[in-house]
Design a protein around this ligand. Sequence first.
Ligand code: KIV
Ligand code: ZN
Length: 506
Amino acid sequence: MDKVIIFDTTLRDGEQAAGGTLNIQEKLEIARQLEKLNVDVIEAGFPVTSPGDFEAVRLIAREIRTPVICILTHANLDAVDQSWEAVKEAEHPRIHIVLSSSDIHLFYQLKKSREEILEMSCNTVARAREYCDNVEFSAMDASRTEPEYIYQILKAVIDAGATTVNIPDTVGYAMPEQFGDLIDGVFKNVSNIDRAVVSVHCHNDLGLAVANSLESVKRGARQVECTINGIGERAGNASLEEIVMAVKTRRDFFNLTTNINTAQIYKTSRLVSELTGFTVQPNKAVVGANAFRHSSGLHIDGVIKMPITFEIMDPKTVGIPSSSLVLGKTSGRHAFRERLAELGYSLTEEDFSRAFSAFKELADKKKEITDRDIESLIAEEQRTISETYHLDRIQVSCGDRGIPTAAVRLITPDGQVLADAALGTGPVDAVYEAINRLVGVPNKLTEFSVKSITEGIDAIGEVLIRIESEGITYTGRGADTDIVVASAKAYMNALNRLLAAKKTTG
Ligand code: KIV
Ligand code: ZN
């Protein structure tokens, strides 16, 4: 059976989503999880665009050994040379060159002729081949390019050394049948196409990214570029989990496989959502909270009698924990460790001890600790590992008559204790004002949302915020049974990320 190569671009196109910036450690953490998911290719970044991206790619290339590590570069000789420096230590490096091909882009944006584009494409591919025998070329905006010109470019870049040729639907404009016909056309009209892998890269502006990708696979494309949870520029990219599960669930139709370890899908989805701050909609296929929940009595009756009546996939296949077991106050280290392992966490002894203390603290406040509570608790612990300022204490007074007041104590990296107090329009505003007096980094709060992660009055509240500083958005998350404390933790998380980014960029 033929294999479809799964090219994950969460760390490059996914990170281009407005408000989805990741820091270097977060990128590394996602790359490690993508390796467990067993993707074939990780597009780790666009190194020439920022020193932070360059460094993240370099670390990923050094550490992640099984998948191909790919970097994106402009079709410019200097950019190819510089980008290679970021990826050269990878076990399996790939250079990915992108250049627009549509007349719309050539005329309005690049102000170049088709001949010039052809020449730049071939020259840069040839340069990349001097470094690396794995080179991909993307004809940007291919779906709005005259097919004859696409055939001409692809033939030329394959002759220049490209080993994968990518046909992007950059603006999500294509219809499945039409896009499939373009892929057919490539196989029929590019005489040397047997020397390269045909890839597709579809955007979701009309909600058709997955449909277009699957149609292309049906017509012979053997690499699909996609992202976890479908995140990416504008409306996002094709969603990895949907493509993989469509190919797996409908093997009878596609007669294809992938290398993906599907049992890692859910965990990867949660991690990406957690680190980017993009919540997964409840009705999202495969990984949404309602994807395997049945509500109608008729459906529940069917599923109890035989799951296949209303479930086309077994939730265990994508790694959704099956047990509804809850832990509580009396659960010991052993039970907690076992539950963590079942949920796919492997913590160092030190991290485990910290997590266990946090678990015990939570169990004092909350009767039943569910899997979602544990996930939230571990995420909260991980957020505090690399922080600059640590939130030590907060105390708030508020009500309908009093003036909201907050006192805050922070610990600096060198162990100094800082404390201050402030008034605000409400308790969260007062806490943020007090923190601002201590940290002193100007920023603007652009988003604030709070949600309860489980049912019940004692549930953990998760706060997601975004702040903006010098045109860059930073996301912060915090979780606690007290939503004012969760709000303070989220703000500290966003500020710590801002400070870390400033340190990297100098
Ligand atoms: O959407 C696009 O065309 C891209 C290319 C870099 C493949 O992201
Ligand atoms: Zn894209």
